[in-house]
Ligand binder design. Structure first.
Ligand SMILES: [Zn+2]
Length: 463
């Protein structure tokens, strides 16, 4: 009997020693055209609450306002039992974020994002009584400028999907934000229209969990409440390919039949119950994420930073910017990437030691003052590009004149290519291909690094 007890205890320990996998369930709650989608949000929020599950509802500003105007306190209250994120002020009403951001730089773009989107953020905060925990763009309408504004607003998590930036199909830090984005096979959802495909979705979920388990990672599932209401998206019938009708001309989308709606709920909740029953699954919201991960700002060891001389890359969990800060003797902190790509114009074979030391001090002063990496480092009337400077500094022995090295930008491979494909969203104008946003993302990839689950968390899982 005692022996049996001991066996059971050790089996229990083995099960709890298994690394947890974190599951995020989120809903882009955006349809401010079709009132039936309000009922869908209510039904989903209540059904999940009944199961003890907290999801994250990323709410559009205009959606929050119409729920208030329609007197849907029942919906607001049901959603407020979950985590609340933000999903722009007007979603698909043009110009969509990438449409206006594509014409702007990093700093003016951040200011424009704040000007256009802040009012909706404040409305969601006022109506739900909570500061939104996260943000995600409409469709594929992503731009790196949003990060700067969101950080300012106290938003720490960027949670969405897209191909513009990604790292190992798991969460990462980018532009100072914790990104749950581009998770590839770790994003799983069950189609809502065909019950015969549910088993396949469960298998895909199990495979995603097995894969995420290797790294104690994250799996996500996302939907839109409107998918339970309508058979076409509310914005596809109004704002496709740049169309921008007046409010009085907005069309309602075609609706599901009641049988098709019931079937869609059945499929969804059966999928959710499968997730719930999966051993080692921890269901978390966007708000809980930052505390699960190691802190963003940690000092890169000098030995790691020295390897910038070989190539500029995220390495040992540190961004290229983290490594450069170490070489400049600056404390760990988030700094944005440069604004522009410039070439080295100082053609000297060697830079005099005194000139190089002054340039180094100037680079550190720039970072301290602006919270951003400089585009170039001046060595007189000429300058060394940021990548070349980083590689040169990493290789510098500290004595004698300094030979300029060419920096190899390896981290840029994590940024997607082909803007026409990555921004191909029904709502964008046809042929919309903002290469400028991908170039900006490459410049900001100095800040890119994996987000790792904090070790102390893992240790405590044994309880
Ligand atoms: Zn959306």
């Amino acid at each position: 009997m005692l022996r049996l007890l001991a066996l059971l205890v050790s089996l229990g320990l083995m099960a709890s020693a298994q690394k947890p996998v974190y599951w995020l369930l989120w809903f882009d709650t955006e349809d401010f055209v079709e009132p039936t989608s309000d009922d869908a949000a209510l039904e989903l929020a209540r059904g999940l609450s009944q199961r003890g599950i907290r999801a994250t509802f990323k709410v559009v500003g205009e959606k929050a306002r119409v729920l208030e105007q329609r007197g849907r306190t029942d919906v607001l209250r049901a959603l407020a039992a979950h985590d609340i994120g933000y999903h722009t002020n007007f979603h698909s009403v043009h110009p969509a974020p990438a449409e206006y951001l594509s014409q702007m730089g990093l700093l003016d773009g951040a200011a424009e994002f704040a000007r256009r989107e802040r009012a909706g953020f404040d409305d969601v905060e006022r109506i739900f009584g909570v500061t939104p925990s996260c943000f995600g763009q409409p469709g594929s309408s992503w731009g790196p400028q949003a990060n700067l504004a969101l950080r300012e607003w106290g938003v720490r998590v960027y949670m969405d999907d897209g191909g513009q930036v990604g790292l190992n199909q798991q969460p990462f830090w980018f532009g100072g934000m914790l990104y749950v984005f581009n998770l590839g096979q770790h994003t799983v959802r069950a189609g809502l229209d065909d019950p015969s495909k549910l088993e396949d979705a469960k298998h895909r979920f199990d495979a995603a969990v097995a894969s995420a388990r290797q790294q104690e990672g994250v799996v996500q599932t996302y939907y839109h409440p409107t998918e339970w209401a309508a058979t076409k998206f509310w914005d596809a019938v109004n704002f496709a390919h740049g169309a921008n009708p007046e409010r009085s001309a907005w069309q309602r989308p075609p609706l599901r039949t009641s049988e098709s709606r019931r079937q869609a709920y059945r499929i969804f909740f059966e999928f959710v119950d499968h997730v719930r029953a999966t051993p080692g699954i921890r269901i978390v919201t966007a708000r809980e994420l930052p505390s699960l991960f190691e802190p963003r700002d940690q000092a890169a060891p000098l030995a790691t930073a020295r390897r910038l001389a070989e190539s500029l890359d995220t390495r040992d969990g540190f961004s290229a910017a983290d490594q450069l800060l170490t070489l400049l003797g600056l404390p760990p902190q988030h700094v944005d990437g440069p604004l522009r790509r410039v070439a080295t114009t100082d053609t000297r074979a060697e830079i005099p030691r005194a000139v190089f030391e002054r340039a180094k001090a100037d680079a550190a002063a720039f970072v301290r003052k602006n919270g951003r990496l400089p585009d170039q480092i001046w060595t007189g009337a000429q300058a060394v590009s940021l990548p070349d400077f980083a590689a040169t500094l990493a290789a510098d022995t500290g004595s004698g004149d300094v030979q300029v090295r060419a920096g190899r930008l390896e981290f840029e491979r994590h940024i997607g290519k082909d803007a026409a494909r990555l921004y191909n969203w029904l709502i964008h104008p046809e042929g919309f291909a903002p290469e400028s946003l991908l170039e900006m993302a490459r410049l900001q990839a100095w800040t890119l690094k994996p987000a790792r689950i904090a070790a102390t968390r893992t240790a405590r899982r044994g309880e």
